[in-house]
Design a protein around this ligand. Sequence first.
Ligand code: FES
Length: 150
Amino acid sequence: MTASTTDRAALVSAIAAAHAAERGPLLPVLHDVMAELGHIAREDVETVAAALNLSVAEVHGVVSFYRDFRTEPPAAHTVALCRGEACQAVGAQALYDATCARAGSLGDDVEVEEVFCLGNCALGPSGTVDGRLHGRLSADRLDALTRDWR
Ligand code: FES
């Protein structure tokens, strides 16, 4: 989603206001900003800090601590490969390395992420392709799943 700076600030302010009376509103606010805007921009941190009467450093600290909070817009497509122990035991490392090595061939706007257990351990190597869970992944299966991106 794209929003002008003014629209974005107004939306972030409205999200913060909706949670301001809750106990511990910061995480719900940040989750809602992520859901609405796809990432938490620098100016969003300042807006949230002002709305919740927190310092910019406090809000930035939370945003930078949790890897699920993005500070840059997401790529058009995402491949997230599990690096958890069960998946590592069935070839996740090699799949991850191979996928990173050929990330450019998957498409122009593709991000390869690592995750640590998707709850699909029995069917590893596991991963998600644009948010959809897949098990028993291989380089060939990833090629097939991402064919339309090229
Ligand atoms: S370790 Fe990969 S899904 Fe659990």
